[in-house]
Design a protein around this ligand. Structure first.
Ligand code: SF4
Ligand code: SF4
Length: 387
């Protein structure tokens, strides 16, 4: 594969938070300690080298970039204080921004003040949309969908999901095409015949089931870096709780909508706390609050190597997730109070607005790693299978 050299790559990467890796003299200490380093002994310094010499295409089409979970072992051993772990995190931010043609991700990552302004504006926009047809606030029971019409929430939600889906898919296609070209993976080698399809399905299972949902490498390969930490503050557990908590809340919302479509239960009908979708939502909310709180606490206390440096994009995602989880929980508390508190309605408006924002901006925030990491892991599993 031929590619042009981008002499401004290193400077550009620094805008995304990369430490000064120009000091790296390829000593190999990071490679020696990295649990992901394979037999060829080039990871992660090969990625650093791409940045040093301006090999932008090679950097963006590198599946290995996404295998790193930022355990921080390499940064502890680097004699040049080049902070390779943080460099990898910055390179992933750079990759997310590069896969996004709208340049919104780049703005959010590199222009903090403007980025915060955009986040506030988007939330205010959704609040105004939801406020466009506010109904009465019943004082006898918390009639949330009498306050904000159910149809308005569903219609806005569908539009938001389509927009986020298109943006996410465009990024995935850009990334996958780059990696496939570099790796020599073709449509035929993925779908052409029974053997190819079986191999691809196996790689898909490894990427989605074992790694993305089960986080096997995160738990096992990065175990050494997390060894001295109490189990309840370990990054992999907090990350797993955040992911499953979010997925649980999403599932509860979609199931509730499905029950309404099937005519089993109208959205907003009062149900006991043990009703399956309510129970799922409650447990998922608690799990999400736990995961996000630990991740925030770790960053505030610089608890581990990965939490030593926090960029605005790290905070943005955690804060949005915490707002959605806590406001959702408050609504649930309000639902079971003997009389309907007025604050419950306003918390609901706030919750819906921020949740819509989170979904709409997902492909542009750090959240986008949920889309890109499995793609990289899929190619990695394919490569291992054919090795
Ligand atoms: S340990 Fe530091 S100086 Fe050595 S190869 Fe890695 S990043 Fe470069
Ligand atoms: S942060 Fe950990 S996984 Fe990532 S490159 Fe460094 S040692 Fe390897």
């Amino acid at each position: 594969m031929t590619s042009l050299v981008d002499s401004g790559l290193l400077t550009d990467l620094k805008r995304f938070g990369a430490a000064d890796v120009s000091a790296c003299f390829s000593c190999g200490n990071c490679t020696a300690v990295c649990p992901l380093s394979s037999n060829d002994g080039t990871f992660p310094r090969r990625i650093i080298r791409y940045a040093q010499v301006g090999m932008k295409d090679a950097l963006l089409s590198s599946k290995e970039l996404w295998t790193c979970y930022h355990c921080g072992l390499c940064s502890e051993t680097c004699p040049q204080q080049a902070d390779p772990g943080e460099f990898m995190a910055s390179a992933r931010r750079y990759a997310i921004a590069s896969y996004d043609r709208t340049r919104l991700a780049r703005t959010l990552y590199t222009r903090s003040v403007l980025g915060v302004g955009i986040l506030v504006l988007v939330a205010v926009f959704f609040a105004l949309v939801m406020s466009s047809s506010l109904g009465p606030q019943s004082a006898t029971s918390l009639a949330l969908f009498g306050f904000i019409p159910e149809d308005l929430i569903h219609m806005t939600g569908v539009v938001v999901m389509i927009m986020a889906g298109v943006a996410g898919l465009a990024g995935i296609v850009t990334m996958a095409r780059g990696i496939a070209r570099r790796e020599g993976v073709t449509l035929h080698s993925v779908f052409g015949g029974r053997v190819a399809i079986t191999r691809s399905l196996k790689a898909l299972w490894v990427a989605l089931g074992i790694e993305a949902l089960g986080q096997k490498r995160y738990r096992e390969d990065c175990a050494e870096a997390q060894e001295p930490e109490p189990w309840y503050r370990r990054r992999w557990l907090a990350h797993l709780a955040t992911m499953w908590g979010f997925l649980g809340l999403l599932a509860a919302t979609l199931l509730d909508y499905g029950l309404a479509l099937l005519g089993i239960k109208a959205t907003g009908t009062a149900v006991p706390v043990w009703y399956p979708t309510r129970l799922l939502g409650t447990v998922a909310g608690i799990v999400l609050i736990y995961g996000v709180s630990v991740l925030i606490l770790n960053r505030l206390q610089h608890f581990n190597q990965a939490a030593k440096v926090s960029k605005p994009s790290d905070w943005t995602l955690l804060i949005l997730l915490l707002i959605v989880a806590v406001s959702g929980f408050l609504i649930e508390v309000a639902l079971y109070l003997p009389s309907a508190p007025r604050w419950g309605y306003w918390v609901f408006l706030f919750h819906v607005s921020v949740a819509m924002e989170l979904v709409l901006l997902a492909p542009f925030l750090k959240f986008a790693h949920v889309l890109y990491r499995p793609v990289a892991l899929f190619f990695l599993a394919l490569a291992h299978d054919s090795a």
